[in-house]
Design a protein around this ligand. Structure first.
Ligand code: PLP
Length: 427
């Protein structure tokens, strides 16, 4: 499969090159040349397939013949190594728990898939690849874990100082080996901007790639969750509405890809915190990115979501068509906390702040009698321990994955401007 840059100024390129480059030379992100729906039979009989088989069917056209079938199946098996349970919290609403992986956030799937693709493409290469990644919280840990010990790959993670949770910081600063953390004096958008600048800097001779959801190998595997949920919910005979807590809009964009592949999804709700660039765009048609603001759902503190351009492309830049299947609403921290309490009070379910924002999106959308709502629970409550324990009368048990890192010593290099990152990369 070939990919084009959404800035249309770089040549089209293969899956392999798109994965290795991350971003096209014209700074555009990549998009597949074709999207061919899966067969109706496959969708109708989806309950007869294992999750590994479903994932293979969903992704194979996007990889093409660039990874042999056997190898691709191994990569999928290694990636999908935990469950994605649906937990009912209301009569017509369930939480799709995406946090049962090694770092307890949904990004484990994309990070593991991408790490293995890159390792496959880079095998036998003398030259090392440097993966540069900006994180608002969870990407850093997932990428660090996914790439830890990968031969020929160095990982440099930029995170905003003081704006990620304690657990998140430990996950990305304590692993050592081929992982380096840069603690940036700024917000997430500053980290993202530094990464983008480094890609264009001709002085840097290292081979750089990105492991943010701009990278197609990070982004596309996120389609799988929607297929897995559909497989479980098909028997309800209701139309499905997904609410996705959104920051960079990679996850929800992958959901829309699943819909393009023929998965029967009625509607998407992109639920955001007060970083409301997209909700505002849907109201007035003006796309006006703003600096990100800090919230209690910090993994979504993004003022200029990098995947939104892919969503527009999926709808041929037609706002009216987009609005027919996609809504977006913004919620304050206060509403988020109230909702965590309400969900807990009604059902005993402990939602993390991101999941609560997702739940709020379904409520605002207003499910009809023939609809069933799913909100993506994108992280385990332990990742936002302070907020959860302040808000709910619960003590969150620390899972083994977190226990492993929580007492380790943080090691990070301070960076206050692009020059600091550059100096590090020139070493
Ligand atoms: C990354 C993240 C999000 C946002 O996902 P996008 O694909 O960037 O929209 C939401 N919740 C959690 C917990 C995350 O880590």
């Amino acid at each position: 499969m070939n990919y084009y840059s959404l800035h249309h100024k770089s040549p089209n390129t293969s899956f392999k090159n798109a994965v290795i480059q991350g971003l096209a030379k014209d700074r555009g992100i990549y998009f597949p040349e074709n999207i061919t729906p899966l067969s109706k039979d496959f969708i109708a009989n989806i309950t007869g397939y294992t999750n590994h088989e479903i994932a293979y069917e969903a992704i194979k056209q996007f990889v093409g013949d660039e990874i042999p079938t056997k190898k691709l199946k191994e990569i999928i098996k290694e990636t999908i190594s935990f469950d994605f349970p649906l937990v009912k919290v209301d009569d017509n609403i369930a939480s799709l728990e995406l946090f049962h992986g090694p770092t307890m956030a949904f990004k484990d799937v994309g990070a593991k898939f991408m790490a293995q693709c890159l390792a496959y493409f880079n095998k036998g290469n003398e030259e090392e690849v440097t993966v540069l990644v900006a994180t608002s919280g969870d990407t850093g840990g997932a990428v660090a874990n996914g790439f830890l010990g990968a031969k020929g790959v160095n990982v440099v993670i930029l995170y905003p100082s003081g704006k990620v949770s304690n657990v998140q910081e430990k996950q990305l600063t304590t692993l050592g080996q081929n992982i380096t953390a840069l603690e940036v004096d700024g917000v997430f958008d500053d980290c993202q901007e530094m990464v983008k600048t480094a890609f264009l800097d001709e002085d840097i001779k290292r081979t750089l790639t990105s492991a943010n959801s701009i990278n197609i190998a990070r982004w596309l595997p996120q389609m799988f969750y929607f297929f897995f949920a559909y497989k479980e919910l098909q028997k309800t005979n209701k139309e499905l509405v997904f609410s996705v807590p959104s920051g960079n809009f990679g996850n929800i964009c992958a959901g829309i890809m699943a819909q393009k592949l023929g998965l029967p999804i009625k509607h998407f709700v992109a639920s955001t915190n007060i970083n409301d660039t997209v909700p505002n765009y849907l109201v007035d048609g003006v796309y006006n990115p703003k600096p990100s603001k800090a919230t209690i759902s910090n993994a979504m503190d993004v003022g200029n979501p990098s995947n939104f351009i892919r969503i527009r492309e999926l709808f041929n830049n037609d706002l009216e068509v987009l609005k027919s299947t996609f809504s977006s609403y913004s919620f304050s921290d206060e509403e988020t906390r109230e909702t965590m309490k309400k969900i807990y009070g009604d059902s005993g379910y402990v939602a993390d702040p991101h999941g609560a924002v997702g739940y709020l999106g379904l409520k605002k959308y207003g499910l009809k009698a023939n609809e069933f709502g799913v909100f993506l629970e994108t992280a385990h409550p332990v990742k936002f321990l302070d907020v959860v324990e302040e808000t709910l009368p619960v003590k969150v048990a620390i899972p083994a994955q977190i226990q492993k890192v929580i007492n380790n010593k943080k090691v990070a290099i301070k960076a206050s401007s692009y020059e600091d990152l550059k100096a590090f990369l020139m070493k």
